[in-house]
Design a protein around this ligand. Structure first.
Ligand code: NAD
Ligand code: TYD
Length: 361
């Protein structure tokens, strides 16, 4: 990819999207058109450092707005679309699945239609270079028992939450556009991310902020559910590798080789906060842990077999969980202004909705 080739990123004001845009500008340096509808999860402050950078063009809009997307594509002629935009929180998908179907299924469908029309109108050379990269999740594969082998690219889909079902559905549409229309697609299925700019409704930032303030740490069920954690910048480097050298129509699993039980993640955060922000008033943060009512249909374990991306593309995560989580805690401590800014009325309302019924057990 040359310094002139622009890319269209969707959802680039969200957690992973904004990390992707920031690292893209740093590592590749070509222009990014960033289309984001700024839902509660989108935050322009994530990209504040690019305010005076002409390589970042922010567009406030919906992926389902085909006229807008067509205009952006014909104006900027991007060489790739990297599709992050989605509703992404399992608990919200349980409380209100509608938005998940609308954006993740219908929104992805609209974007594919726009991409297909754009691709058809390109000359042979730009057609050859064009890529549609769809960012998806390991949750499409369902849940593993403790001794099951990790998810590989051939594991059958078995989504269990409305979120996972909506992502599975979008993955299938992307696949169909390759086989039926020849759209040059790539799909990545990644494990749980953590890192800078993550909205504090997800496990890791929620636990960091509650620990800091001496609030209860709500662990669902018995705390033995397992996730494979990946530092977000490693996810971004994996996406760049797939975009650069991935085989068309293929899917690539991306993982951190860092399976951890939720309770172990939470105690690690407690100990880091005790070390980095000790408080006599709060004392040991582990005392704040509170087991609460489980999530309905809570997947027990996710694990990723990332051999394909390693063998084919030479990608491996750079961060270990222990160093990544320390950097993440330090980032939240150093960025209190960002935290205050995202904790709007909408955030407070969500905390009340999600935790009101989940009294400590
Ligand atoms: P996020 O919720 O933090 O960000 C989503 C972004 O998409 C927000 O900026 C939001 O404003 C935007 N958006 C939502 N609907 C839109 C629409 N209709 N049009 C335009 N923009 C819209 O999500 P995230 O955690 O950054 O996840 C990004 C992608 O990565 C998602 O597709 C998600 O399924 C996938 N993923 C996430 C994880 C994870 O651990 N967070 C893991 C694997 C895959
Ligand atoms: P989450 O960050 O919502 O990601 P996902 O559901 O996509 O894996 O949750 C990660 C794990 O942490 C999951 O097993 C649910 C659990 N969890 C809690 O125990 N307490 C909480 O308050 C939250 C938000 C999640």
């Amino acid at each position: 990819m040359s310094k002139k080739d622009s890319i269209l990123v969707t959802g680039g004001a969200g957690f992973i999207g904004s990390n992707f845009v920031l690292t893209w500008i740093k590592e590749i340096g070509s222009p990014v058109i960033n289309l984001d509808s700024l839902t509660y999860a989108g935050n322009r402050n994530n990209l504040q450092s690019l305010n005076d950078d002409s390589r970042h063009i922010f567009v406030h809009g919906d992926i389902a707005d085909e006229a807008l997307v067509a205009r952006l594509l014909s104006e900027h002629k991007p060489t790739a679309i990297v599709h992050f935009a989605a509703e992404s929180h399992v608990d919200r998908s349980i409380v209100g699945p509608d938005a998940f179907i609308k954006t993740n299924v219908f929104g992805t469908f609209s974007l594919l239609q726009s991409a297909r029309a754009y691709y058809a109108g390109l000359n042979a050379e730009p057609q050859k270079a064009f890529r549609f990269l769809h960012v998806s999740t390991d949750e499409v594969y369902g849940s593993l028992a403790p001794d099951d082998p990790a998810f590989s690219e051939t594991t059958p889909y078995a989504p269990n939450s409305p979120y996972a079902a909506s992502k599975a559905s979008s993955d299938h549409l992307v696949r169909a556009y390759f086989h039926t229309y020849g759209l040059p697609v790539l799909t990545t299925n990644c494990s749980n991310n953590y890192g800078f700019y993550q909205f504090p409704e997800k496990l890791i930032p929620l636990m960091i902020l509650n620990s800091l303030e001496g609030k209860p740490l709500p662990v669902y069920g018995d705390g033995q559910n397992v996730r494979d954690w990946l530092f977000v910048e490693d996810h971004c480097s994996a996406i760049r590798a797939v975009l650069d050298r991935g085989r068309l129509g293929e899917t690539y699993n991306i993982g951190g080789s860092s399976e951890r039980k939720n309770i172990d993640v939470v105690t690690t955060i407690c100990d880091l906060l005790d070390e980095l922000a000790p408080s006599e008033k709060i004392g040991s943060r582990r005392k704040l842990i509170s087991y609460v009512k489980d999530r309905p249909g809570h997947d027990r374990r996710y694990a990723i077999d990332a051999r394909k991306i390693k063998q084919e593309l030479g990608w491996e995560p750079a961060a270990q969980f222990e160093s990544g989580i320390r950097k993440t805690v330090e980032w939240y401590l150093a960025n209190q202004d960002w935290v205050e800014n995202v904790r709007s009325g909408a955030y407070q309302q969500w905390i009340e909705t999600n935790y009101a019924e989940r009294v400590a057990r």
